[in-house]
Design a binder for this molecule. Structure first.
Ligand SMILES: Cc1cc2nc3c(=O)[nH]c(=O)nc-3n(C[C@H](O)[C@H](O)[C@H](O)COP(=O)(O)O)c2cc1C
Length: 422
């Protein structure tokens, strides 16, 4: 690591409030899934009050040395009265066990849902310390300075919270408004252009929890923070509310909505080597299209990348996936698409699967398992057909498509349609 990063002193971001975090400029992959072109920071803070010092979060264990050096430059371990844990992920809580060994008198403040994770982090050592389980709106008095806790579940884990320094209106937002971007100039008005990193972070960390993001923004907006101090990337002191607005915008749909308010969207994706699954797909599509109030779209995944479909799926109400069984499995583009759905909230959407097979037919039940794993509803048993479908079997596929679409539309009876017209 470049020595200028390691030797940078703590930064006083407001009177008596210091950044005591760590730089990790060489990181290129975070949590196995996120790419970062110029590293990240683990931001931790120390707040000096008349009656004690609060430490807000720690850093990844491998960077503890930087953290402790900066901490020691602004306070002593004896002076620490509170350790506020906004999030128990190891990039923030990695140095916690050592911090508590050095400051055992400090009182830990953690959300109720964080307790199990705190136990898992400190193990038997937790018995040596005092802790308080904090609820939404609870406060910590540091003597003339008040830290108010704001629960922000799922941003990023169920236990996550933010902490608001009331008098200075600084929001210590942990992962919320974070970005993997390492720049020792620290503030958003001084660092390089980090807009891409900010959006990328949202898309990979916050996007599956858009509903929770909007609820969190409802709590954060009235606080009108003058500064947002997240746990990764730049400290947002210039136009902090723009970033709050940005989270609202990113939590909406990027696509114009062509559907009327009462219309449901059903997407059918398939692949086919010899045309059997393609024939099934066409019939499922015909059947589903016969139900009023459901807009059905059919996509052959041989046509290209799966990435663009993730946005469509996010806005859809139901998805049907068709794959032949090849070597005891569904085909890779189907898995690629199903794997990319971790980035969005699929809970409660309707899912279904179909496909042609020769002798063992694993693809359909494997897809169904994955859909259930994504917390989707799989109300109809998947449709499997040996080799090319007969006319009767194609009719079964139409009825299968109808049944799924009826469920989406909340209807009991299909309208009569002439398939020859389609
Ligand atoms: C390379 C290859 C591997 C296959 N492996 C399986 C298999 O493991 N289990 C099975 O039930 N069918 C297997 N099949 C048979 C196909 O699932 C069957 O031919 C199916 O009708 C193909 O559907 P499609 O026309 O939509 O591609 C395999 C076919 C091929 C070409």
């Amino acid at each position: 690591m470049s020595s200028t990063f390691a030797s940078k002193p703590p930064e006083e971001i407001a009177p008596g409030v210091n950044w005591i975090g760590a730089f990790d400029p060489d990181l290129r992959t975070f949590d196995l899934i996120l790419k970062t072109a110029n590293g990240t920071t683990y931001n931790a803070y120390a707040i000096q009050g008349a009656e004690g010092v609060a430490i807000i979060d720690t850093v990844k264990e491998a960077f503890a040395e930087q953290f402790f050096a900066r901490l020691e430059a602004v306070t002593t371990y004896d002076a620490i009265t509170a350790v506020v844990l906004n999030h128990l992920e190891l990039d923030h809580a990695g140095a916690l066990p050592e911090l508590m060994r050095r400051a055992p008198q400090a009182h830990i403040y953690v959300s109720q849902r964080g307790l199990k994770l705190l136990q898992a982090t400190l193990k038997d050592e937790l018995a040596n310390y005092h802790y308080t389980l904090t609820d939404d709106g609870d406060t910590l008095d540091l003597g003339g300075r008040t830290v108010k806790f704001v629960l922000t579940p799922y941003l990023h884990w169920p236990e996550t919270k933010c902490s608001f320094l009331v008098e200075d209106r600084i929001l210590f937002s942990c992962d919320v408004f974070g970005a993997h971007f390492c720049d020792e100039r620290l503030y958003n008005d001084l660092v390089g252009d980090f807009r891409f990193s900010f959006e990328y972070y949202f898309k990979h960390i916050m996007r599956p929890f858009k509903k929770w993001v909007l609820q969190a923004m409802d709590k954060i907006e009235p606080l009108a923070p003058l500064m947002i101090a997240p746990s990764h990337g730049p400290i947002l002191r210039e136009r902090p509310m723009d970033y709050v607005k940005s989270y609202r915008t990113l939590s909406g749909s990027h696509l114009p909505n062509e559907l009327s308010a009462r219309e449901k969207s059903l997407l059918i994706f398939y692949m086919s080597a010899y045309g059997a699954t393609a024939d099934m797909a066409r019939s499922v599509y015909e059947g589903a299209s016969s139900i009023e109030g459901v807009r059905v779209s059919l996509y052959d995944l041989q046509g290209g990348e799966v990435e663009p479909f993730v946005d469509l799926i996010e806005g859809a109400d139901g998805m049907i996936f068709g794959s032949p069984t090849i070597n005891g499995d569904a085909v890779k583009p189907i898995w690629d698409l199903l794997a990319s759905l971790v980035a969005i909230d699929t809970r409660g959407k309707i899912g279904a699967a179909f496909g042609s097979f020769g002798w063992s037919g694993e693809a359909v039940p494997m897809i169904e398992d994955r859909l259930r794993g994504l917390k989707m509803r799989v109300p109809e048993k998947g449709k499997r057909i040996k080799f090319h479908p007969t006319e009767q079997e194609l009719d079964d596929c139409r009825q299968y498509g109808q049944a799924i679409a009826e469920l989406l539309a909340g209807k009991a009876r299909p309208k009569v349609i002439d398939f020859a017209e389609l």
